[in-house]
Design a protein around this ligand. Structure first.
Ligand code: ZN
Ligand code: FE
Length: 258
């Protein structure tokens, strides 16, 4: 199995997984890079997995479906290009001989879903759309802080070796913010250096892992005293004993952060 982040637009990744013959793609906002890769490597697209309805995630769905006959899967509670299989929490998708479990992860959008496979050649794999980013999380366009925190907690509880396939290369900006929140986190300092080196070589910083995110991502660390205190220092109304209040203060702080 090969896992490939195809760059698209400014900073999107269209994740492609293939076994040398058949492929699946996640959130193809643009058909072009996907079709080029399929042609170059002689791959047949069998499935398109969609996490949420934003144009940079669904823009290429119709073109790819028409060109390849691939089956399309997406969130039941959002409007994405028809026809597609409507998925909810607890549903399973069997593709490329793998079984993906569906989680509801509302917050960025109201019906956002994520896809998790417990073993792809020995290690779990997560396609989380715009819910979790390395060092950050999606903006709350349609959801509330309690919803998004519950969604992130669900992902944070997955096995530590789960590879996390985020759909944007936002890592360096996120880590700049994470460092402002937790300047004393040595793992964060080390990871930020690694990511700066990768980006300077033009390489993606992704996939990340759940263990790494749990140690460096402030939005998964709202129960850490240092993070809670930093949130309160920024917003005195945020009760450091209330993870939702800490999360909301961090998200607001990040929205204004330069
Ligand atoms: Zn989005
Ligand atoms: Fe996006």
């Amino acid at each position: 199995m090969k896992l490939i982040p195809l760059p698209a637009f400014q900073d999107n990744y269209l994740w492609l997984l293939h076994d040398g013959q058949r492929a699946l793609v996640v959130d193809p906002g643009d058909a072009g890079p996907v079709q080029a890769h399929l042609a170059e490597h002689g791959l047949q697209l069998t499935a398109i997995l969609v996490t949420h309805h934003h144009p940079d995630h669904v823009g290429g769905v119709d073109t790819l479906r028409d060109a390849t006959g691939a089956a399309v899967f997406g969130p039941a509670r959002e409007r994405i290009p028809q026809p597609y299989a409507h998925l909810n929490e607890g549903d399973e998708v069997d593709v490329l001989g793998l079984r993906f479990h569906v989680f509801d992860v509302p917050g960025h959008t109201a019906g956002h879903i994520a896809y998790y496979c417990s073993s792809v050649e020995g290690a779990p794999l997560l396609f989380c759309g715009d819910t979790l980013f390395s060092g950050g999380c999606g903006r709350l366009f349609e959801g509330t802080p309690p919803q998004m925190l519950a969604s992130l907690d669900k992902l944070a509880a997955l096995p530590g070796n789960t590879r996390v396939c985020c759909t944007h290369e936002y890592t360096l900006g996120n880590l700049k913010f994470a460092t402002a929140v937790e300047p004393g986190n040595t793992q964060l300092i080390h990871y930020r250096q690694q990511c700066e080196e990768r980006r300077s070589r033009g390489e993606p910083t992704l996939p990340s892992t759940i263990a790494l995110e749990n140690s460096i991502n402030p939005f998964l660390r709202t129960r850490q005293p240092a993070v809670a205190q930093a949130a309160r220092a920024h917003d005195p109304a945020a009760d450091p004993a209330d993870p939702v209040a800490v999360f909301a203060a961090l998200r607001q702080w990040k929205n204004e952060f330069r």
